[in-house]
Design a protein around this ligand. Sequence first.
Ligand SMILES: [Zn+2]
Length: 618
Amino acid sequence: MSKNVIIYARYSTDRQHDVSIETQIELCKSFICDRGWHLIATFSDEAISGTTYQRRPGIQQVLDRVKKRDANVILCVTVDRISRDPEHGNGFLKRLRYSDCELWTVHGGTKVTDIEMGLRVTLSHELIDQIRYRTREGMKTAVRKGKSTTCLAYGYKIKLEYDAKGERIPGLREIDEEQAKIVKLIFQRYADGVSPRDIAVELNQQGITGPRGSTWRDTAIRGHVDRGTGILNNELYLGRAVWNRREYRKNPDTERRVARHNEQAEWVVDERPDLRIISDELWARVKRRQSQVLEEFQRTTTNHLNRSHRASYLLSGILECAECGGPYAIMAKDRYGCTNHKKKVPVAELDGACCSNQKTILRKELEDRVITCVPVAFLHFDAFEKIADRVLKKQMARHKAGVSTTAEFEAKLAQIKKDQQAIIAQISQRAAEGRRPLSALDDMLDKLEEQKEELENVLSRANDDLTKMSDEDRLRQLRKEINPETVETIINTAIYLARDHADTATKQPFIDIIRQLVQKVVIASTPGRQPPALEVHGRIASILAAMEAAQMMETRFRSMVEQDVLARELSGEVDTEDKKQKLLAGYAEELSRKQLEWQQIQVSVVAGAGFEPAAFRL
Ligand SMILES: [Zn+2]
């Protein structure tokens, strides 16, 4: 059926790269054209922020036009064009519905429901709750499964022990006495004032093999204090594996990332006195020297990193250079690069040398790689169902509260109608008696008509079909609309908006949600033209760690293969056993290649709560 469409576009000033009104209208027009619909009017608001909803002439024109009842659809590019405030958005929707008009977005490709609009706010809270809960549970599971030992730190070796069935118990480790001596030596030398660079030189001269069979590098020794990386910062040498001790948050005032210490109750501790290599006393000496070095550096350099860059993109402000620990920021043409490298400033962590990490990455590519795992993390728990359930309960409570006010308004409306009739009766009586019409009566009638219209508007907003239903029917109806699929759609929309497809106020809550999951992305150089390696830190890592990521990916892959083979057989493309075997062999090869990638995710998740999200590109 063809529809009559009104286009609405809005350009906002507080959005860095807002799509121009012309482009928005262009997009809407081609959407209308594709569907064979009919454009009847176009309205827009220029350079007006989303909050001043009441004072936007364009949107008021839309509402006036809708009253004519000749439009079926209001079309805009994204929902935030109407209002960034879901309450306003909902009011707008109800007024449209009152005039049998729908709201569609080009982005969504379908009509917007008020459930979708209203869910956003509730959903943000629910999501954050779920993330907090899942993280801790995820870490506990990972520790319990002994996954903490899949990645061996220098100083330890795999312990071979077999269970009753004669199968090796995975994940056990013990001290490697030879390497433990080197660990002690490194701590000792550093505490005595030798720099990591000189320690590395000494070890290499003595022909001692470094971690993973390589030569010694100062970075492997020094690491990063706040990240807990590097030999000098590995707390396992104290015989304790502690997860979730701190997390990274951004101070909204200073834009500085600070390590926030979690409450002790939040820690997940695995006490392993059998793995202790370093005494508390030596550890303390090393820590003292580290802070002296840092102080010294801060005193002698006047350089302060430029942190004023506004974190307006999804991942801005949480990107870190793997080499120097400095921030990655937008350099040019939407590319992130290491600021220390660009400015060639001496870096404390590199003993005053400059950062050599010249790798840059396109913002879009970076966001794509990091973001792909977010829905995966949610999908493979029952998070969607849980969230849908809780939102459902809240909606039910809200509707119950709404019923009483509705009754009040309905009574008022009935009174106004009665008053109107009384006045009309008076007017007609005067006319019948041949008396002069009274303008006062007309005015009263007009006033009542205005009040009536206003009340009807309010009622149309509150009195949707749901309130008239019985509790059971209402629940059934809500279930139809709020389900795991809706929640997933909304999460995907939220991610889309957070990726700079909405103005600041609209996207900020979603950026906050994503940052509850991804707290830091460390960007490392790779040879040649290869894309940089990414390591994602934060809650998402521990959620994925508990998920048996590799196993989950494999199951998905196998069922995909099954379906594909079946489809090819049915279509006649695969008609001989030979062809089928060839196809299967190809898939087997692909699987073994992918398995390697997937296993890496698991291992590195455990190592430092980081993983390689590129492996999630499916
Ligand atoms: Zn750097």
